[in-house]
Design a binder for this molecule. Structure first.
Ligand code: SIN
Length: 485
């Protein structure tokens, strides 16, 4: 039996029950490695989303009154279950989105780390006592859960991005409705399966799969009972959701697109820089919002960098994620593949040189060759748009000032990376990069205890870290008067 069978659920999870969509419709889930349908999932619509909101409202009444200790226990148990089923859940992730199994196992561990982190943070939601201006008053600050919340999650980390949102929500005492990406509903439903049976009221966690994200998204962003929406995905969609959510003045957290610069100064350790670029560029086949998009090399160091970097790119093993040892799987779908192809074509027409790869992989389907281009310039689309594919784009710079200006010359501001061994420069550059996250001498910044999020058009709010739970808490000020002086 396939390892993921026990976790395979195809109905929606609403109010603690597995249900078909009210319409009775289904939609196919496609394995990008084989272009084959692997399951038919309930295709929910507005009616089902409204049912989920009602279930969330009912659950909130009891869940918000449980102790932090209890909520911590539930999250810790969910964490344990994820790790018990790490291999099966990883196989399901790989099946529906294509990433290599080793990375999928890593994603499950990453997801579990958010459940554990926020199990711990649940116990640390402290209020405040503020010194009053008169002796007959006492001033307090209480922190209370915002209410029913919703999450719209992406396909590139179909388990971890749910965990990063639902863990702080539940820790704070909120209920949540998740609308997973239409490419990857199975991982979300497996999360619900692993949640089932824990000591939490029905409706605390709901999953509404749909092929019509607009219809369900509309309910989640406009329903007056939902007090907060968290979204990870493109900047264009994030802006629309933010507008929709504004009518009922919902709180929003947006983790949107990026255009990460990766700067290598001449004083850097070139081997370390090449290894860091591999991680930050080719993780998940280049399909993460924090993936390196533009590599800037200080004049005179391009060859030294390429000498270290190219052999690593050439060694990457491309193939189905399900086959152990493959390091780059297929891109999520044909549209994604076409977009990468178009960006490379535009860059080459404008003078970029293909050093390696540069097109679709001989395996066919949506496989794209790990590629390296050089002589890029800022006017190319590939320098301006999120590539979301395994293509490195190199250009050179002459001075620190010039590269900071180039790096910041984008509406995005999610992650940035740079390599240097000069301590004074490390501080200067880190402070001047207009990004929410900066990796210095590392290509990987993501971890549960650090604040993940962007500035400018890359988003609002932070996930993970002790800040992550604040997104799900309201501050209430209580002024107690009439006390005897
Ligand atoms: C993302 O691509 O949205 C998340 C990546 C990460 O958490 O490292």
């Amino acid at each position: 039996m396939s390892p993921y069978r026990a976790l395979l659920k195809t109905k929606a999870y609403l109010g603690g029950k597995w249900v078909e969509a009210a319409s009775g419709d289904h939609f196919p889930v496609v394995d990008p490695a084989r272009q084959a349908t692997v399951a038919e999932v309930a295709n929910c619509g507005a009616v089902d989303a409204e049912r989920a909101v009602e279930a969330g409202q009912a659950a909130f009444q009891t869940w918000s009154r449980t102790t932090a200790e209890h909520r911590a226990m539930v999250l810790q148990q969910w964490h344990d279950r994820l790790l018990e089923h790490q291999d099966s859940l990883a196989a399901l992730i790989t099946l529906e989105m294509g990433k290599p199994l080793a990375e999928a196992r890593g994603e499950v561990a990453y997801a579990a780390s958010f459940l554990r982190w926020f199990a711990e943070e649940a116990r640390r939601v402290y209020g405040e006592i503020i010194p009053a201006s008169s002796n007959d008053k006492r001033l307090f600050v209480l922190k209370q859960p915002v209410g029913v919340t919703a999450a719209i999650t992406p396909w590139n980390f179909p388990v971890a991005m749910i965990a990063r949102k639902v863990a702080p929500a539940l820790a704070a005492g909120c209920s949540m409705i998740v609308k997973p990406a239409e490419d990857t509903p199975l991982s979300a439903l497996a999360m619900a399966h692993l949640f089932e049976g824990l000591d939490a009221p029905a409706g605390v966690f709901n999953v509404v799969p749909t092929q019509d994200p607009k219809e369900v998204g509309k309910v989640l962003t406009t329903h007056s009972a939902i007090r907060k929406i968290s979204f990870t995905g493109s900047t264009a969609t994030g802006k629309k959701l933010m507008k929709q959510a504004s009518d009922s003045v919902k709180r929003v957290s947006l983790e949107l697109g990026g255009n990460a610069p990766f700067i290598v100064f001449a004083d850097a350790d070139m081997k370390a820089a090449a290894e860091g670029a591999m991680v930050s560029k080719y993780r998940n086949g280049g399909q993460t919002c924090v993936c390196t998009n533009r590599i800037f090399l200080e004049s005179g160091s391009e060859q030294a960098f390429l000498d270290e970097f190219l052999p690593l790119v050439k060694q990457l093993k491309v193939g189905p994620g399900m086959e152990e040892g493959n390091q780059v799987g297929p891109l999520i779908n044909e549209d994604a593949c076409k977009k990468v192809e178009t960006l490379v074509g535009d860059a080459v027409r404008q003078g970029a040189e293909v050093v390696h790869g540069g097109g679709r992989h001989e395996l066919g389907g949506t496989y794209f060759q790990p590629s390296v281009l050089r002589n890029a310039n800022p006017s190319m689309r590939i320098s301006q748009e999120e590539i979301f594919g395994p293509v490195s784009v190199l250009s050179t710079f002459k001075s620190e000032g010039e590269v900071i200006q180039l790096a910041n010359d984008t509406p995005y501001g999610l992650a940035a990376y740079f390599y240097s061994r000069d301590t004074a420069r490390v501080w200067r550059v880190a402070e001047q990069l207009e990004y929410g996250m900066v990796g210095v001498n590392t290509g990987l910044v993501s971890t549960a205890q650090a604040p993940f999020g962007g500035v400018k058009e890359s988003g609002i709010g932070r996930e993970g870290s002790h800040h992550g739970i604040d997104e799900y808490l309201e501050i209430k000020y209580v002024c107690l008067g009439g006390l005897e002086p």
